[in-house]
Design a protein around this ligand. Structure first.
Ligand SMILES: Cc1cc2nc3c(=O)[nH]c(=O)nc-3n(C[C@H](O)[C@H](O)[C@H](O)COP(=O)(O)OP(=O)(O)OC[C@H]3O[C@@H](n4cnc5c(N)ncnc54)[C@H](O)[C@@H]3O)c2cc1C
Length: 485
């Protein structure tokens, strides 16, 4: 009897190193499907106590996702297959498709976060009612949970012991080759247009000041690995440059493709191995894989702690912390109008491009959570909307960590002023995103980073009037942000 499988793509929009696709390709007939879930791309409630509403997917990620789906469809067609795209709740849509093609089994990616797990379970229940099996495959981390020294639900809550044990005791798996894809089922439904825009917001185009244009899709992901490692040979100095703020190559910029699954972390690690064998093995080559282990760590933490990760009190149940809810203050932070140029530059870059560096994210998050003490979940949800590389575990995990409610009990507050001085000493980052301070940079970069400290003559010379051309530091910050008399 002919067997028919469905492979439902989720955050694994690729053909390379995709164990779900390999397993599904055992069938005689295979239908690849992607479901656009309206709950992910429109306005939603945050949920839980003190909920608020927010747009979940902004214009940059909507564009990136659509491009990724187009590329996936093209690559599947090159392999004699196709991609069926449907809009609706997966638990409603997938049983209909299974029925139309008389499928026996659906294969899909297993994900660690609550909502994705609930959606998957609902799909499983709906299919089971029709006698269709659901098989899941863990495919998005560097280390497979079965290869960890201990079960992922009992791993350490702090990164260093986790990493040390993983480095000492876990082996990685090699990427799996792309399988020969079985033919499509005979009674094929219409492939369906890839909706444009995908969500309820208009797609955003690339901003020329951004670090990279970030085009979605596996083809672009593989090209970026080629450029960063091989053509540009940047990996050899990654550890020294990774705290940069301006330019394409201070860090790998793999995150949007890793988050959408256009790129496999195991493929990246295997390319690093090859680079170490053919070019150089040093602290930098080690450090890129070290960062992929940070990524793994957050994924496994979400498996362990479930929805507690999204709570204001976090996994450490910090009921002792007070959080403010001040709409005007929040908007100033979100709009890059705090009057603190290092943070304003980060927030403006994020809004304009969907990306800002790790260093900039840390400082922007810390100012909101630790200096202004505004509810960190609002900030995290704002990042969720805007980030082109949004990943629930990486985003909420990093936010909770900085807000002091997540992994690690040490104080994670950043001294934003000294960080700016250290990482943006020439104020190039500030000037790029706060151009109204450019002439002040020419007088002295220190004044551009901290314009409230500039003497009156310097402000006059640069033609900057604080409170008119650029805001004064907002209320709620400590006295280091006060203007000199
Ligand atoms: C408040 C905050 C929110 C964040 N939200 C996200 C998010 O939604 N999605 C996301 O991918 N990253 C997130 N990060 C982590 C980090 O900022 C980005 O992964 C990184 O800036 C991406 O640029 P890159 O690919 O050039 O990184 P590189 O420095 O080149 O690192 C290589 C890869 O390692 C992983 N990585 C590096 N640092 C981290 C980290 N701290 N946590 C988890 N993974 C890491 C990423 O996959 C990254 O692509 C967040 C960090 C902070 C402080």
């Amino acid at each position: 009897m002919t067997s028919t499988a469905i492979v439902r793509f989720r955050r694994d929009l690729r053909l390379h190193d995709n164990p779900t696709l390999v397993a599904a390709s055992d069938a005689d007939r295979l239908l690849p499907v992607y479901v656009v879930d309206p709950r992910r791309v429109g306005e939603q409630a945050y949920g839980g106590p003190d909920s608020f509403r927010y747009q979940r997917t902004g214009g940059h990620r909507a564009r990136f996702l659509r491009e990724s789906l187009s590329d996936l469809r093209e690559r599947l067609r090159e392999h004699g297959s196709d991609l069926l795209v449907r809009r609706g709740r997966p638990a409603d849509v997938l049983p209909e498709i299974a029925d139309a093609v008389d499928a026996d089994v659906l294969h899909e990616q297993a994900l660690p976060t609550t909502e994705e797990r609930e959606t998957g379970a609902a799909v499983g229940d709906a299919l089971a009612a029709d006698g269709v099996a659901r098989r899941t495959h863990w495919t998005h981390t560097l280390h497979h949970p079965d290869d960890l020294p201990v079960h992922p639900t009992v791993i350490d809550d702090t990164f260093t012991p986790f990493r040390e044990r993983v480095e000492a005791e876990s082996t990685g798996r090699d990427p799996v080759p792309t399988p020969d894809l079985p033919p499509l089922p005979d009674q094929l439904p219409e492939a369906g247009e890839i909706p444009e825009p995908l969500g309820s917001v208009p797609e955003a185009s690339a901003d020329g000041r951004g670090v990279l244009p970030f085009r979605g899709g596996e083809s672009r992901a593989l090209a970026r690995v080629e450029e960063y490692l091989w053509t540009g040979d940047h990996l050899r100095e990654y550890k020294e440059t990774r705290n940069g703020l301006v330019g394409a190559d201070y860090s790998a910029k793999f995150s949007p493709w890793l988050a959408a699954g256009c790129l496999s972390p195991r493929y990246v690690a295997s390319e690093v191995d090859r680079y170490e064998a053919e070019r150089v093995a040093n602290d930098s080559t080690y450090w890129l894989v070290f960062e992929l282990r940070w990524r793994d760590f957050f994924q496994f933490q979400f498996l362990q702690h479930g929805s507690q990760q999204f709570r204001r009190e976090g996994i450490r149940n910090r009921t002792d912390l007070d959080w403010r809810w001040d709409e005007t203050a929040f908007r100033r932070w979100a709009d890059g109008e705090t009057g603190v140029p290092f943070v304003d530059a980060a927030m403006r870059e994020l809004a304009a491009t969907g990306y800002t560096s790790n260093r900039a994210r840390q400082n922007a998050a810390s100012l909101l959570a630790n200096d202004l003490r505004l509810d960190w979940r609002r900030g995290a949800a704002h990042f969720e909307r805007l980030l082109v590389d949004y990943d629930p575990a990486s985003n909420y995990g990093n936010w909770a960590y900085i807000a002091g409610v997540g992994n690690d009990s040490r104080d994670r507050a950043f001294d934003v002023l000294s960080q700016g001085e250290r990482y943006d000493s020439d104020a190039a980052f500030v000037t790029r995103w706060c151009p109204e301070l450019a002439d002040l940079t020419a007088v002295a970069p220190d004044y551009a980073r901290e314009p409230w400290t500039a003497p009156r003559e310097a402000l006059v010379e640069a033609g900057v009037e604080l409170g008119v051309d650029y805001p004064r530091p907002m209320a709620g910050l400590d006295d280091r942000y006060e203007s000199i008399p």
